[in-house]
Design a protein around this ligand. Structure first.
Ligand code: PLP
Length: 385
Protein backbone atom coordinates (compact mmCIF):
# COMPACT_ATOMS: atom_id res chain seq x y z
CA UNK A 1 0.00 0.00 0.00
CA UNK A 2 1.35 3.44 -0.86
CA UNK A 3 1.33 6.16 1.76
CA UNK A 4 -1.26 8.15 -0.17
CA UNK A 5 -3.84 5.35 -0.22
CA UNK A 6 -6.47 6.04 2.40
CA UNK A 7 -9.16 3.88 3.95
CA UNK A 8 -12.12 5.80 5.34
CA UNK A 9 -13.66 4.08 8.36
CA UNK A 10 -15.30 7.06 10.05
CA UNK A 11 -18.83 7.08 8.63
CA UNK A 12 -20.36 8.01 12.01
CA UNK A 13 -18.41 11.29 11.91
CA UNK A 14 -19.66 11.94 8.42
CA UNK A 15 -20.51 9.80 5.41
CA UNK A 16 -18.89 10.48 2.04
CA UNK A 17 -21.22 12.46 -0.20
CA UNK A 18 -23.35 10.14 -2.31
CA UNK A 19 -23.14 10.76 -6.08
CA UNK A 20 -26.94 11.12 -6.20
CA UNK A 21 -26.80 13.72 -3.42
CA UNK A 22 -24.06 15.63 -5.21
CA UNK A 23 -26.04 15.59 -8.48
CA UNK A 24 -29.21 16.83 -6.75
CA UNK A 25 -27.22 19.48 -4.89
CA UNK A 26 -25.44 20.79 -7.99
CA UNK A 27 -28.61 20.79 -10.10
CA UNK A 28 -30.45 22.83 -7.45
CA UNK A 29 -27.66 25.40 -7.28
CA UNK A 30 -28.47 26.50 -10.81
CA UNK A 31 -32.14 27.16 -10.10
CA UNK A 32 -32.88 30.86 -9.80
CA UNK A 33 -35.42 32.00 -7.27
CA UNK A 34 -36.40 32.13 -3.64
CA UNK A 35 -38.74 29.34 -2.46
CA UNK A 36 -40.91 31.99 -0.80
CA UNK A 37 -41.42 34.00 -4.01
CA UNK A 38 -44.76 33.65 -5.73
CA UNK A 39 -43.44 33.82 -9.30
CA UNK A 40 -42.68 30.77 -11.39
CA UNK A 41 -39.00 30.69 -10.44
CA UNK A 42 -39.88 30.81 -6.74
CA UNK A 43 -42.56 28.16 -7.14
CA UNK A 44 -40.09 25.78 -8.81
CA UNK A 45 -37.81 26.09 -5.77
CA UNK A 46 -40.79 25.64 -3.43
CA UNK A 47 -41.67 22.41 -5.23
CA UNK A 48 -38.13 21.18 -4.78
CA UNK A 49 -38.14 21.98 -1.05
CA UNK A 50 -41.53 20.31 -0.57
CA UNK A 51 -40.42 17.21 -2.48
CA UNK A 52 -37.40 17.04 -0.16
CA UNK A 53 -39.74 17.31 2.81
CA UNK A 54 -41.75 14.32 1.55
CA UNK A 55 -38.60 12.21 1.10
CA UNK A 56 -37.28 13.00 4.56
CA UNK A 57 -40.70 12.41 6.14
CA UNK A 58 -41.01 9.04 4.39
CA UNK A 59 -37.74 7.87 5.89
CA UNK A 60 -39.20 8.03 9.41
CA UNK A 61 -42.90 7.45 8.61
CA UNK A 62 -43.86 11.03 9.46
CA UNK A 63 -46.24 13.47 7.80
CA UNK A 64 -44.36 15.86 5.47
CA UNK A 65 -46.06 18.78 7.24
CA UNK A 66 -44.27 17.70 10.41
CA UNK A 67 -40.73 18.13 9.05
CA UNK A 68 -38.95 21.36 9.95
CA UNK A 69 -35.70 21.80 8.05
CA UNK A 70 -32.74 23.16 9.99
CA UNK A 71 -29.01 23.62 9.44
CA UNK A 72 -28.32 20.23 11.03
CA UNK A 73 -29.02 18.06 14.05
CA UNK A 74 -27.39 20.48 16.46
CA UNK A 75 -29.76 23.25 15.47
CA UNK A 76 -32.73 20.86 15.58
CA UNK A 77 -31.69 19.94 19.14
CA UNK A 78 -31.47 23.58 20.16
CA UNK A 79 -34.90 24.19 18.65
CA UNK A 80 -36.63 21.32 20.43
CA UNK A 81 -34.82 21.47 23.79
CA UNK A 82 -36.45 24.48 25.37
CA UNK A 83 -38.57 25.10 28.44
CA UNK A 84 -40.89 27.24 26.29
CA UNK A 85 -43.57 25.47 24.28
CA UNK A 86 -46.87 26.48 22.80
CA UNK A 87 -50.01 24.39 22.70
CA UNK A 88 -51.58 26.11 19.73
CA UNK A 89 -51.28 29.73 20.89
CA UNK A 90 -51.19 28.99 24.60
CA UNK A 91 -47.77 29.00 26.28
CA UNK A 92 -46.85 25.73 27.96
CA UNK A 93 -43.87 25.22 30.27
CA UNK A 94 -41.48 22.29 30.22
CA UNK A 95 -40.09 22.06 33.72
CA UNK A 96 -37.05 19.86 33.33
CA UNK A 97 -34.98 17.96 30.77
CA UNK A 98 -33.86 14.40 31.52
CA UNK A 99 -31.21 13.41 28.98
CA UNK A 100 -29.33 10.13 28.90
CA UNK A 101 -25.68 10.32 29.93
CA UNK A 102 -24.58 9.01 26.54
CA UNK A 103 -26.29 11.64 24.40
CA UNK A 104 -24.26 13.54 21.83
CA UNK A 105 -23.12 16.96 23.14
CA UNK A 106 -25.73 18.56 20.86
CA UNK A 107 -28.30 17.16 23.31
CA UNK A 108 -26.28 16.90 26.52
CA UNK A 109 -25.67 20.64 26.52
CA UNK A 110 -29.42 20.96 27.07
CA UNK A 111 -30.30 23.45 24.33
CA UNK A 112 -32.15 26.41 25.83
CA UNK A 113 -32.66 24.84 29.27
CA UNK A 114 -30.64 26.28 32.15
CA UNK A 115 -27.99 23.92 33.58
CA UNK A 116 -30.06 23.40 36.75
CA UNK A 117 -33.00 22.24 34.67
CA UNK A 118 -31.08 19.35 33.10
CA UNK A 119 -30.52 15.97 34.75
CA UNK A 120 -28.66 12.97 33.32
CA UNK A 121 -30.29 9.57 33.06
CA UNK A 122 -27.62 6.95 33.84
CA UNK A 123 -26.88 3.97 31.62
CA UNK A 124 -26.13 0.41 32.69
CA UNK A 125 -22.57 -0.98 32.32
CA UNK A 126 -23.86 -2.54 29.07
CA UNK A 127 -24.38 0.98 27.69
CA UNK A 128 -28.17 0.91 27.71
CA UNK A 129 -30.27 3.61 29.34
CA UNK A 130 -31.30 2.58 32.87
CA UNK A 131 -35.09 2.36 32.74
CA UNK A 132 -35.53 2.01 36.52
CA UNK A 133 -33.50 5.16 37.06
CA UNK A 134 -35.64 6.99 34.50
CA UNK A 135 -38.80 5.81 36.26
CA UNK A 136 -37.50 7.14 39.59
CA UNK A 137 -36.46 10.47 38.08
CA UNK A 138 -39.89 11.00 36.57
CA UNK A 139 -41.64 9.92 39.78
CA UNK A 140 -39.72 12.66 41.57
CA UNK A 141 -40.30 15.25 38.86
CA UNK A 142 -41.76 18.48 40.21
CA UNK A 143 -44.93 18.80 38.16
CA UNK A 144 -45.47 22.35 39.35
CA UNK A 145 -42.43 23.41 37.29
CA UNK A 146 -44.00 22.15 34.06
CA UNK A 147 -43.97 18.94 32.03
CA UNK A 148 -40.94 16.66 32.03
CA UNK A 149 -39.01 16.27 28.76
CA UNK A 150 -36.90 13.17 28.13
CA UNK A 151 -34.15 12.86 25.50
CA UNK A 152 -32.83 9.41 24.62
CA UNK A 153 -31.00 8.69 21.38
CA UNK A 154 -31.88 5.69 19.23
CA UNK A 155 -28.36 4.54 18.35
CA UNK A 156 -25.26 5.81 20.11
CA UNK A 157 -22.70 7.48 17.88
CA UNK A 158 -19.68 5.99 19.70
CA UNK A 159 -20.74 2.41 20.43
CA UNK A 160 -23.62 1.93 18.01
CA UNK A 161 -25.65 0.54 20.93
CA UNK A 162 -29.39 0.68 20.25
CA UNK A 163 -31.41 2.22 23.06
CA UNK A 164 -34.76 0.85 24.26
CA UNK A 165 -36.68 3.88 23.05
CA UNK A 166 -40.06 2.14 22.95
CA UNK A 167 -39.73 1.20 26.64
CA UNK A 168 -38.55 4.74 27.41
CA UNK A 169 -41.66 6.07 25.65
CA UNK A 170 -43.92 3.92 27.82
CA UNK A 171 -42.40 5.43 30.96
CA UNK A 172 -42.55 8.97 29.55
CA UNK A 173 -46.24 8.53 28.60
CA UNK A 174 -47.13 7.30 32.07
CA UNK A 175 -45.67 10.49 33.51
CA UNK A 176 -47.25 12.78 30.92
CA UNK A 177 -43.90 13.91 29.48
CA UNK A 178 -42.46 14.64 26.05
CA UNK A 179 -39.95 12.38 24.33
CA UNK A 180 -37.20 13.66 22.02
CA UNK A 181 -35.22 11.04 20.10
CA UNK A 182 -31.92 11.79 18.40
CA UNK A 183 -32.11 9.39 15.46
CA UNK A 184 -29.06 10.80 13.67
CA UNK A 185 -27.04 7.58 13.81
CA UNK A 186 -30.03 5.27 13.43
CA UNK A 187 -31.63 6.31 10.15
CA UNK A 188 -30.56 4.10 7.28
CA UNK A 189 -29.04 1.65 9.76
CA UNK A 190 -32.21 0.36 11.39
CA UNK A 191 -35.93 0.96 10.91
CA UNK A 192 -36.94 4.35 12.31
CA UNK A 193 -40.65 5.05 12.58
CA UNK A 194 -41.81 7.99 14.68
CA UNK A 195 -45.19 6.33 15.26
CA UNK A 196 -43.81 2.93 16.26
CA UNK A 197 -41.28 4.56 18.58
CA UNK A 198 -44.03 6.69 20.11
CA UNK A 199 -41.65 9.68 20.09
CA UNK A 200 -42.84 13.27 20.08
CA UNK A 201 -39.83 14.56 18.16
CA UNK A 202 -37.02 13.05 16.08
CA UNK A 203 -33.75 14.74 15.21
CA UNK A 204 -32.07 13.99 11.87
CA UNK A 205 -28.88 15.04 10.09
CA UNK A 206 -28.17 14.94 6.36
CA UNK A 207 -24.42 14.35 6.38
CA UNK A 208 -24.57 11.10 8.34
CA UNK A 209 -26.59 9.64 5.47
CA UNK A 210 -24.38 10.73 2.60
CA UNK A 211 -26.10 14.05 2.08
CA UNK A 212 -24.35 17.42 2.30
CA UNK A 213 -23.30 18.88 5.64
CA UNK A 214 -25.29 21.75 7.06
CA UNK A 215 -28.78 20.30 6.68
CA UNK A 216 -30.97 18.47 9.13
CA UNK A 217 -34.48 18.29 10.44
CA UNK A 218 -36.67 18.33 13.48
CA UNK A 219 -39.56 15.95 12.86
CA UNK A 220 -42.60 16.25 15.09
CA UNK A 221 -45.43 13.84 15.75
CA UNK A 222 -48.11 16.49 15.57
CA UNK A 223 -48.37 20.20 15.01
CA UNK A 224 -50.20 21.38 18.11
CA UNK A 225 -47.51 21.22 20.77
CA UNK A 226 -44.44 22.98 19.37
CA UNK A 227 -41.32 24.68 20.73
CA UNK A 228 -40.99 28.45 20.68
CA UNK A 229 -38.73 29.09 17.67
CA UNK A 230 -35.00 29.43 18.07
CA UNK A 231 -34.57 31.50 14.90
CA UNK A 232 -37.20 34.15 14.25
CA UNK A 233 -37.58 36.37 11.24
CA UNK A 234 -39.40 35.94 7.96
CA UNK A 235 -41.55 33.05 9.14
CA UNK A 236 -40.24 30.30 6.84
CA UNK A 237 -40.87 26.68 7.88
CA UNK A 238 -44.31 27.81 9.17
CA UNK A 239 -42.59 30.18 11.56
CA UNK A 240 -40.69 27.37 13.31
CA UNK A 241 -37.38 28.24 11.63
CA UNK A 242 -37.02 31.50 9.83
CA UNK A 243 -34.46 32.19 7.13
CA UNK A 244 -34.44 31.41 3.42
CA UNK A 245 -34.22 27.66 2.93
CA UNK A 246 -31.11 26.10 1.37
CA UNK A 247 -32.72 24.23 -1.54
CA UNK A 248 -29.46 22.69 -2.77
CA UNK A 249 -28.64 21.21 0.64
CA UNK A 250 -32.21 20.00 1.04
CA UNK A 251 -32.22 18.39 -2.41
CA UNK A 252 -29.02 16.58 -1.44
CA UNK A 253 -30.49 15.59 1.93
CA UNK A 254 -33.56 14.20 0.15
CA UNK A 255 -31.44 12.17 -2.27
CA UNK A 256 -29.55 10.70 0.69
CA UNK A 257 -32.85 9.95 2.46
CA UNK A 258 -34.14 8.10 -0.63
CA UNK A 259 -30.95 6.10 -0.82
CA UNK A 260 -31.15 5.23 2.89
CA UNK A 261 -34.70 3.97 2.40
CA UNK A 262 -33.63 1.74 -0.49
CA UNK A 263 -33.31 -1.92 0.57
CA UNK A 264 -31.92 -1.14 4.04
CA UNK A 265 -32.03 -4.79 5.15
CA UNK A 266 -29.81 -5.95 2.28
CA UNK A 267 -27.37 -3.06 2.77
CA UNK A 268 -27.15 -3.50 6.53
CA UNK A 269 -26.73 -7.26 6.48
CA UNK A 270 -23.74 -6.81 4.14
CA UNK A 271 -22.28 -4.18 6.49
CA UNK A 272 -22.92 -6.44 9.51
CA UNK A 273 -20.98 -9.18 7.68
CA UNK A 274 -18.02 -6.82 7.22
CA UNK A 275 -18.09 -5.84 10.88
CA UNK A 276 -18.17 -9.50 11.93
CA UNK A 277 -15.02 -10.17 9.92
CA UNK A 278 -13.42 -7.05 11.38
CA UNK A 279 -14.21 -7.98 14.99
CA UNK A 280 -13.23 -11.65 14.54
CA UNK A 281 -9.97 -10.46 12.98
CA UNK A 282 -9.21 -8.15 15.91
CA UNK A 283 -9.90 -10.93 18.41
CA UNK A 284 -7.68 -13.31 16.44
CA UNK A 285 -4.85 -10.75 16.49
CA UNK A 286 -4.99 -10.21 20.26
CA UNK A 287 -6.90 -11.56 23.25
CA UNK A 288 -6.68 -8.14 24.84
CA UNK A 289 -9.11 -6.26 22.64
CA UNK A 290 -12.29 -5.12 24.38
CA UNK A 291 -15.22 -4.52 22.05
CA UNK A 292 -17.74 -2.26 23.74
CA UNK A 293 -21.38 -3.24 23.42
CA UNK A 294 -20.71 -6.49 21.55
CA UNK A 295 -23.12 -8.31 23.89
CA UNK A 296 -26.09 -6.01 23.28
CA UNK A 297 -27.98 -4.83 20.19
CA UNK A 298 -25.95 -2.46 18.02
CA UNK A 299 -26.43 -0.90 14.61
CA UNK A 300 -24.52 -2.97 12.06
CA UNK A 301 -21.83 -0.49 11.10
CA UNK A 302 -20.10 0.48 14.35
CA UNK A 303 -17.31 -1.18 16.32
CA UNK A 304 -15.91 0.66 19.35
CA UNK A 305 -12.92 -1.02 20.96
CA UNK A 306 -10.15 -0.47 23.50
CA UNK A 307 -6.72 -2.01 23.67
CA UNK A 308 -5.28 -1.97 27.21
CA UNK A 309 -2.22 0.27 27.28
CA UNK A 310 -3.15 2.08 24.07
CA UNK A 311 -4.48 5.60 24.57
CA UNK A 312 -7.12 6.50 22.05
CA UNK A 313 -5.18 9.57 20.95
CA UNK A 314 -2.04 7.51 20.27
CA UNK A 315 -4.09 4.82 18.55
CA UNK A 316 -5.86 7.28 16.33
CA UNK A 317 -2.55 8.77 15.17
CA UNK A 318 -1.04 5.31 14.66
CA UNK A 319 -3.94 4.29 12.40
CA UNK A 320 -3.85 7.61 10.58
CA UNK A 321 -0.19 7.02 9.76
CA UNK A 322 -1.21 3.60 8.46
CA UNK A 323 -3.61 5.35 6.09
CA UNK A 324 -6.74 4.51 8.09
CA UNK A 325 -9.21 7.24 9.07
CA UNK A 326 -11.01 6.20 12.21
CA UNK A 327 -12.07 8.08 15.26
CA UNK A 328 -11.60 8.10 19.00
CA UNK A 329 -15.36 8.16 19.37
CA UNK A 330 -15.61 11.71 20.54
CA UNK A 331 -13.58 14.44 18.94
CA UNK A 332 -13.80 18.04 20.02
CA UNK A 333 -14.21 20.64 17.31
CA UNK A 334 -10.61 21.67 18.02
CA UNK A 335 -9.59 18.28 16.62
CA UNK A 336 -8.30 17.23 20.03
CA UNK A 337 -9.34 13.83 21.26
CA UNK A 338 -11.58 14.18 24.29
CA UNK A 339 -12.24 11.52 26.90
CA UNK A 340 -15.19 9.38 26.00
CA UNK A 341 -18.17 10.39 28.16
CA UNK A 342 -19.91 7.28 26.83
CA UNK A 343 -17.26 4.95 28.25
CA UNK A 344 -17.29 6.90 31.53
CA UNK A 345 -21.07 6.48 31.70
CA UNK A 346 -20.64 2.73 31.15
CA UNK A 347 -18.20 2.61 34.09
CA UNK A 348 -15.20 1.81 31.86
CA UNK A 349 -11.75 3.31 32.47
CA UNK A 350 -12.29 6.27 30.19
CA UNK A 351 -8.75 7.58 30.59
CA UNK A 352 -7.71 4.83 28.21
CA UNK A 353 -10.43 5.68 25.76
CA UNK A 354 -11.59 3.75 22.76
CA UNK A 355 -11.24 3.70 19.01
CA UNK A 356 -14.23 3.65 16.72
CA UNK A 357 -14.45 2.02 13.34
CA UNK A 358 -17.64 2.96 11.53
CA UNK A 359 -18.56 1.52 8.17
CA UNK A 360 -21.06 2.51 5.53
CA UNK A 361 -22.66 1.41 2.28
CA UNK A 362 -19.44 2.16 0.40
CA UNK A 363 -17.23 0.07 2.70
CA UNK A 364 -15.64 -3.05 1.24
CA UNK A 365 -13.93 -6.24 2.39
CA UNK A 366 -10.67 -4.70 1.12
CA UNK A 367 -11.17 -1.83 3.61
CA UNK A 368 -11.62 -4.36 6.42
CA UNK A 369 -8.53 -6.30 5.34
CA UNK A 370 -6.43 -3.11 5.24
CA UNK A 371 -7.69 -2.20 8.69
CA UNK A 372 -6.85 -5.65 10.08
CA UNK A 373 -3.35 -5.57 8.61
CA UNK A 374 -2.80 -2.16 10.23
CA UNK A 375 -4.35 -3.41 13.47
CA UNK A 376 -1.87 -6.30 13.64
CA UNK A 377 1.04 -3.91 13.11
CA UNK A 378 -0.23 -1.53 15.80
CA UNK A 379 -0.67 -4.46 18.22
CA UNK A 380 2.83 -5.85 17.54
CA UNK A 381 4.43 -2.41 17.93
CA UNK A 382 2.60 -2.00 21.24
CA UNK A 383 3.89 -5.43 22.37
CA UNK A 384 7.44 -4.54 21.34
CA UNK A 385 7.22 -1.27 23.26
N1 PLP B 1 -26.39 13.60 17.27
C1 PLP B 1 -25.56 12.58 17.01
C2 PLP B 1 -25.85 11.23 17.58
C3 PLP B 1 -24.45 12.77 16.20
O1 PLP B 1 -23.63 11.74 15.94
C4 PLP B 1 -24.21 14.06 15.66
C5 PLP B 1 -23.01 14.31 14.81
O2 PLP B 1 -21.89 14.08 15.22
C6 PLP B 1 -25.09 15.10 15.96
C7 PLP B 1 -26.17 14.83 16.77
C8 PLP B 1 -24.90 16.50 15.42
O3 PLP B 1 -25.21 16.53 14.06
P1 PLP B 1 -24.91 17.79 13.12
O4 PLP B 1 -23.49 17.64 12.68
O5 PLP B 1 -25.88 17.66 11.98
O6 PLP B 1 -25.16 19.03 13.91
Amino acid sequence: MTRTERTYLDWNATAPLLPAARDAFVAALDLVGNPSSVHGEGRALRMLVEAARRDVAALVNAAPAHVIFTSGATEAANLVLTPNYRMGRTPLAIGHLYASEIEHPAIREGGRFSREAVTSIPVTPAGVVDLDALETLLQNHDKASGLPMVAVMLANNETGIVQPVKAVAEIVRRHGGLLVVDAVQAVGRMPVDIEALDADFLILSSHKLGGPKGAGALVSRGEVLMPVPLIRGGGQEKGHRSGTENPAALAGFAAAARSAADEPAVRNSRIAGLRDVLEKGMRAATNDVIIHGAEVERVANTSFFSLPGLKSETGQIAFDLEGIALSAGSACSSGKVGQSHVLTAMGFDAALGGLRVSLGPGSTMADVERFLAAFSRVVSRRRAA
